[in-house]
Design a protein around this ligand. Structure first.
Ligand SMILES: CC(C)(COP(=O)(O)OP(=O)(O)OC[C@H]1O[C@@H](n2cnc3c(N)ncnc32)[C@H](O)[C@@H]1OP(=O)(O)O)[C@@H](O)C(=O)NCCC(=O)NCCS
Length: 183
């Protein structure tokens, strides 16, 4: 079942579980401690929990276990704090007109490969379409393992940028599914 963080009364437990899943899913963040860990959390997830709670989607199993979450942002151009904090945010800003929404999705390792991640992505894209948004995007490393997952979810490469040592791609999908596939 998919619900919204904003619908959960006193969502401290959900927030803790999101944090657990986040650090279990993030290679770069898992070894961080103290202020570095806090900064990493704030940059990649905390922002969404405090600023766009209604776009934080939770996937619960029939027993109520929070297995995965999606942190969405319907209007990337308006999310100014992310411009200051995420190294690739400005590099892709010409694409936010056609693909205004973006998201991050993470699934607890015990619950992967069951279609949960794809279900969250479909829910978010449908919701963005219903709200009249043209498209949805995400940014990832060009060689990331998750690219096959996103391709299966209908996301195709729309732009590529070399940023410092990183080869980054913006993967986009139009909400009406008539996306020009360039992958
Ligand atoms: C990517 C992820 C959200 C997919 O969720 P899921 O519920 O396992 O996805 P589904 O069951 O719908 O699809 C399974 C796909 O995910 C891929 N996947 C499984 N574990 C993965 C991992 N650790 N990293 C990347 N992709 C993974 C599988 O290879 C499978 O793709 P395939 O069928 O093309 O081989 C989830 O695997 C995950 O949290 N991965 C680690 C963090 C990550 O890469 N998140 C995306 C950040 S941008």
């Amino acid at each position: 079942m998919i619900t919204r963080l904003s619908d959960e009364a006193g969502h401290a437990a959900a927030r803790d579980r999101i944090e657990e899943i986040f650090f279990l899913s993030s290679g770069a963040g898992s070894g961080l401690v103290g202020a570095d860990r806090k900064r990493f959390w704030r940059r990649w997830t905390g922002y969404y929990l405090s600023e766009v709670q209604e776009s934080v989607l939770l996937y619960r199993t029939p027993r109520g276990v929070l297995a995965a979450y999606l942190t969405g942002c319907p209007d990337s151009a308006a999310a100014r704090p992310l411009y200051d904090d995420l190294f690739y945010y400005r590099a892709f800003e010409g694409l936010y007109g056609l693909y205004p929404a973006h998201f991050h999705v993470n699934c607890h390792p015990d619950f992967r490969d069951r279609g949960i991640g794809a279900a969250l992505v479909e829910f978010f894209v449908a919701e963005c379409g219903a709200a009249g948004l043209a498209g949805v995007h995400l940014v990832t490393a060009a060689g990331a393992r998750n690219r096959r997952f996103y391709a299966r979810c209908g996301f195709a490469e729309q732009a590529r940028r070399q940023i410092a040592d990183s080869d980054m791609v913006l993967l986009g999908r139009l909400c009406n599914r008539s996306d020009p596939v360039t992958d």
